[in-house]
Design a protein around this ligand. Sequence first.
Ligand code: HEC
Length: 188
Amino acid sequence: MKSRTMALTSVAAVVVAAGLVFQVQPAVDQTPVFGGPDDVTYAKALWTELEEARLVGDNPIHSYFYAGTEPHGFVLEIFDTELTVAEHTGRVMVKNNYGPEGVEPEAVSDDPGGHLAAVTVMFRREAGYDDDNKNWFWAKYLPNGELDKNPAGMQLAGRVAKGAEMGCIACHSAAPGDDYLYVTDRPD
Ligand code: HEC
C-alpha cells in the first residue's frame, strides 16, 4: 500500500511538472523581447514627449551636425537631456541620422528635414525594466515618427535586441564607461 501511494505521488509530481512546462512555454513564446504591443505603445508615448520637447517633429531644435559612420548615418546630431514619459523621468539620448551616403554636414545644415533618415532614441526607464542592461528602452523611428523594422518585420522598440549578437544592446554594451553610451561615461 505504502509503495503504491508513493508511486502515485511521484506520478502526480510528474504530471504537475509537465503542466508547469506547458503553462510556462506559451507565455515565453508570446512575449517578444522587443517590438510587442507594450513596447509599441510606450514608443508612441515617448515620441509624443519628444515632440513636446521639440527634439523631433515639425519644428525641432537643431544643434551642430558632424560627420559620423555606419550604422548610424553619415551625418549625425545628438541631444542629451531628461524627459518624463508615463510619469517616469529619465535620461534621454536622441541621435538624428542623416544621409544619403557621402552627404556633407554643410548640406545637412542647409536642409535638415530633407536629409533626415532615422531617429534613434535611448530612454532610461524605471528600475526593473531591464536591469541587465541599465534599464535602457531603445527605439528607432522613421522621420514621421513611425517605428522602423528589422528584416524580420519586428518593430524596433523596447529591449532591442536583447540576447542577440547584433543590434542596439549588443553594440552599445561595448561602449566605454559602463553606461551603454559612446559619447559619455556616466554610469548612474
Ligand atoms: C554596430 C554598433 C551599433 C549599433 C548596432 C547601434 N549603435 Fe547606437 N551608436 C553606436 C556608436 C559607435 C555611437 C556613437 C558614435 C557615433 O556614431 O557618433 C552610437 C550612438 C548612439 C546614440 C547617442 C548616444 C551614444 O551612445 O553616444 C544613440 C541614442 C544610439 N546610438 C541609439 C541606438 C539605437 C536605438 C540602436 C538600435 C536601433 C543603435 N544605437 C544601434 C554604435 C551602434
